[in-house]
Ligand binder design. Structure first.
Ligand code: SAM
Ligand code: SF4
Length: 329
């Protein structure tokens, strides 16, 4: 069985945000105020997350990415990852983390099963990184986290960079150099209007075109063909060396027509788009006696309501109330 929306898009990817808590306060994501978290009772339990994941896997979800907030902060995350690996029809399990806790956790994380890891790292300059994450000494820990993930045999390890003009666009070539030197997959992400500070504006977005134009004269790039139509990143290798670059360009090159995603928030809401203005409460169902069949019917209905696109580039665009840290990127 396959979930399909009314525009004919097959839905086979699920993002699960396992917590809204985070130990960083990145300028493009979370407010500097840490006090607006959901009460613990509002967060789904591990069993509730697993039940939803199992029902969705039966409906054709093949890939799960675990995110947050910061997913490694929540107690029980390692057991949860191991349980996800036991869902037989899941083909691809991944996690996005800020990497701060990877030095201590990478080995145990690797022991849970094959896992693709993405670490967010928005500057190669420690002082600037501390300003972006609004967290002192964050750079050293995250770099040690990348090393720990590689040493633990986690593969591939990707590094995500959200480019924000005025903060880190001067480091584009440095990041390309990092990809080459460490044989990493480095992915630039265009800044999206999901920040708690509501500072986003179009001028702050460093576009895919600008990124390629900056790197090409220094390290000539060769485009890598897409592996699947729903792949979000434009991918490049270097004409003369190891490493890979990706660019995720939702603002300047929207990929909504190929979107295959559904999102589950930490407090049990299904979101059919990052930019949804409406969400669908699965927590109420799982806590009030819904059967697996009820849940399957609910997901089928919800998928039909998936928006055609994100509307960032429309004049009447409205930023959702829920910001990135509460959605799960
Ligand atoms: N805490 C983890 C981390 O930072 O990797 C996981 C959650 S974070 C919300 C997931 C991803 O969303 C990160 O790669 C982060 O850089 C990205 N992100 C956050 N806010 C964003 C924004 N306004 N625009 C684009 N990407 C954003
Ligand atoms: Fe936390 Fe990740 Fe958001 Fe940074 S991007 S504030 S690390 S959730």
């Amino acid at each position: 069985m396959m979930l399909q929306d009314k525009f004919g898009r097959d839905i086979h990817d699920l993002r699960i945000s396992v917590t809204d808590r985070c130990n960083f306060s990145c300028v493009y994501c979370k407010s500097a105020d840490p006090k607006n978290y959901f009460p613990h009772r509002d967060l789904l339990t591990w069993d509730e997350f697993l039940r939803v994941a199992r029902v969705l896997a039966d409906l054709g979800i093949r890939k799960v990415r675990v995110t947050g907030g910061e997913p490694l902060l929540r107690d029980g995350i390692l057991d949860f990852m191991a349980c996800l690996h036991r869902i037989p029809t899941l083909e691809d399990i991944a996690i996005t983390t800020n990497g701060y806790l990877l030095p201590e956790m990478a080995k145990d994380l690797a022991a849970t099963g094959p896992l693709r890891v993405t670490v967010s790292l928005d500057s190669t300059d420690p002082a600037k990184f501390a300003r972006i994450t609004r967290t002192p000494r964050s750079f050293e820990k995250v770099m040690a986290g990348v090393d720990a993930a590689l040493a633990a045999g986690l593969k591939p390890v990707k590094v995500n960079i959200v480019l924000v003009r005025g903060f880190n666009e001067d480091e584009i070539v440095d990041f390309a150099r990092l990809a080459r030197r460490r044989d990493l997959v480095v992915r630039f992400i265009e800044f999206m209007p999901l920040d708690a500070d509501h500072a986003w504006n179009r001028d702050l977005v460093v576009t895919a075109k600008e990124i390629v134009k900056t790197i090409n004269p220094v390290f000539p790039l060769v485009e890598i063909p897409r592996r699947s139509p729903s792949e979000t990143a434009l991918r490049y290798k270097f004409a003369d060396g190891q490493g890979e670059l990706g660019i995720i360009a939702p603002v300047s090159i929207p990929f909504c027509g190929q979107c295959s995603r559904l999102r589950l928030t930490a407090d049990g809401k299904i979101r059919t788009c990052l930019f949804s203005l409406r969400e669908h409460d699965v927590r109420h169902l799982v806590r009030n006696g819904a059967t697996d069949l009820d849940l399957a019917q609910f997901f089928t209905r919800v998928v039909h309501l998936k928006e055609p696109g994100h509307r960032i580039n429309e004049t009447d665009f409205v930023q959702p109330k829920r910001t990135m840290v509460y959605i799960g990127g």
